[in-house]
Design a protein around this ligand. Structure first.
Ligand code: TXA
Ligand code: MG
Length: 554
């Protein structure tokens, strides 16, 4: 049957109408907090069969049953163990699906003949209202054509399924953006079959043991017995061929430069979009895995709007926390085609407003064993060069040199007095500083450092941010900084203010940074922030070809 598919605002009237359609055995496009679902009455075998037909879904891939109230669980599963109850109380409503022994009344059409059923209680108000009004549990897979990226907007559902269902409720874009975490539940343990917004760490707050199924990170063959049938299919794939390139940003850029051909595009993090002369798709920020989750599917869908694109090189995400889910989906989108570049060294740029405490942060990170390249120090070395001193004297006055030695204070007074003067200084200083910094970074990498801090007060102005995988910025309130600078450099309030004004704005820094350290409080508070950051930088769960893993409490 062909429908004139309508997209409805989720008004109470429309939700009631959609519920009526569901009771009559029709399909409805339903917003949830994860992705849009293609819902049918889970107790009506014919309605459920329509789901498989509309999506072109393999019949051996079971569906998730959605309920609106915790009490309804007992009507779907045989037993609610204490562990299941704890998980329900901790995560429902929300993006967690549990695979549990099913009651006989649940049809084989929903469970693909398995002895278990997947159940979830979504938190999206429209989904909950719709299930409640329908008065029946709803079977709902993601509302995409099988194999394509899951839909995170009503328009995605319309694009894939128009004509195949009467209506789609438009609940805006989905907050999480990736499908729910699917787990099998044991005694005080959980096994992750599909990672999602509910992470290993979240689950460990409730159960003692969490295992990650092998299928999350490795390719399962068609005939292999799998814990979650959905994991064996090609999925989330745009028409273009996606290749995940796992390396630092410099390695990634080098790789793309040597492999790009006509029809090549890249999928990178927001901050990196200006680094390429190719079509660019972005999916959130390097350090914010939730932003990656919410943007990935949309980015994969955007690729299909460009018919000229044949190959997309994608930046690999970290695979800890929500990143595990992002990595899992990207791995399937690229059909497990991963280029794993060796000796990855991630460079973190460190910058900050003058007087905000950047040097303190650099010292703390150095004490944590992180290799630091100090651009201030390099600047001092560079200004030993007579040729450079001569150029400085030409632009800022002969008196900045006293018997051939640089009067740094005088140069600073003149160069930081205005934006124009600062830029003039930068044009002279940046090229030799960047060259030396690059050499020092290469030496640290060769010595085995996998994490390097590039400490540069003018990271953005010099363009050195292009060589960084992420940027850490230290900021503090103007009044706090003004006092610090006056005391430190013996300046008047006006001079201090002029230096502050010559720098990039706080808005710019916030927008272009991955990690913001706010140093308005005590040194202890700053230290605490820096140590937490150091943990993250030193122990990144880098994307790779890991197998299933076990995690325990503590
Ligand atoms: O966030 C979500 O879970 C979305 C929204 C609409 O709720 N739904 C969703 O459904 O992603 P679907 O059908 O696209 O994915 C269901 C996944 C598949 O990987 C399937 O194999 C697995 O859950 N699954 C369902 N029943 C199962 C069972 N009894 N045992 C193991 N895995 C099961
Ligand atoms: Mg799906």
């Amino acid at each position: 049957m062909q429908y004139e598919t309508q997209v409805w605002e989720p008004t109470p009237e429309h939700i009631a109408q959609a519920a009526k359609l569901l009771r009559r055995g029709e399909l409805v496009g339903m917003p949830t907090e994860t992705v849009y679902g293609l819902a049918a009455n889970a107790l009506d075998e014919q309605a459920v069969a329509k789901i498989f037909a509309a999506k072109g879904r393999p019949m051996d891939n079971p569906l998730i049953v959605h309920i609106a109230k915790k009490e309804e669980l007992g009507r779907i599963v045989r037993e609610i163990t204490p562990t299941v109850q704890k998980l329900v109380d901790a995560f429902w409503p929300g993006p967690l699906t549990m695979v549990l022994p099913r009651r006989p009344e649940i049809s084989d059409a929903v469970t693909a003949g398995l002895d278990t059923v997947a159940v979830r209680l979504p938190s999206h108000p429209v989904a909950r209202k719709l299930i409640e009004e329908a008065g029946v549990p709803l079977a709902a897979p993601s509302a995409n054509t099988s194999g394509k990226p899951s839909p995170t907007r009503a328009s995605h559902v319309y694009h894939d399924l128009k004509g195949k269902l009467p209506c789609i409720l438009d609940g805006g874009s989905c907050q999480v953006g990736l499908e729910s975490t699917v787990i099998a539940v044991g005694e005080n343990s959980a096994r992750i079959l599909r990672p999602g917004r509910v992470t290993v760490g979240d689950l460990l707050k409730v159960v003692e043991q969490v295992q990650v199924d092998d299928g999350v990170f490795t390719k399962l063959e068609g005939n292999q017995k799998v814990a979650s049938p959905g994991m064996k299919y090609k999925h989330y794939a745009p028409s273009a061929h996606v290749v995940m390139v796992d390396g630092s940003i410099t390695q990634f850029c080098d790789y793309v430069r040597t492999h790009a051909q006509e029809g090549t595009a890249v999928l990178v993090f927001d901050r990196e979009k200006s680094l390429f002369d190719l079509p660019v798709f972005t999916y959130g920020s390097f350090s914010d895995q939730e932003s990656q989750a919410s943007r990935l599917f949309d980015a994969l869908r955007q690729m299909d709007e460009r018919k000229d694109i044949k190959t997309v090189y994608a930046r690999a995400p970290f695979r800890d926390e929500v990143g595990m889910a992002v990595y899992n989906r990207l791995l399937r989108a690229c059909g497990f085609d991963v280029v794993d570049l060796k000796n990855k060294t991630h460079v973190y740029g460190l910058t900050g407003q003058t007087g905000a405490g950047k040097s303190t942060v650099a010292d703390l990170l150095r004490k944590q064993g992180i290799g630091v390249v100090d651009c201030d120090l390099i600047a001092r070395e560079v200004t030993q060069s007579p040729a450079l001193l001569e150029r400085l004297a030409k632009h800022f006055g002969k008196d900045i040199l006293e018997h051939g030695k640089l009067n740094r204070q005088l140069l600073a007074d003149r160069a930081f007095a205005s934006k124009e003067a600062t830029q003039r200084l930068n044009r002279i200083m940046f090229p030799p500083i960047l060259k030396e910094a690059r050499e020092q970074m290469d030496r640290l990498a060769a010595a085995g450092h996998r994490v390097i801090l590039l400490d540069a007060p003018t990271l953005f102005e010099s363009g050195a941010d292009a060589q960084c995988d992420a940027v850490i910025t230290v900021v503090a309130k103007d009044a706090v900084r003004c006092k610090r600078i006056m005391a430190r450099d013996g300046l008047t309030k006006e001079q201090a203010q002029a230096r502050m004004d010559a720098q990039l704005s706080r808005e710019f820094l916030e927008e272009h940074s991955d990690y913001l350290l706010i140093n308005d409080g005590t040194p202890e508070e700053l230290k605490e922030q820096v140590l937490a950051l150091a943990m993250k930088l030193k122990h990144p769960q880098l994307a790779g070809s890991g197998k299933g893993q076990d995690y325990g409490k503590g």
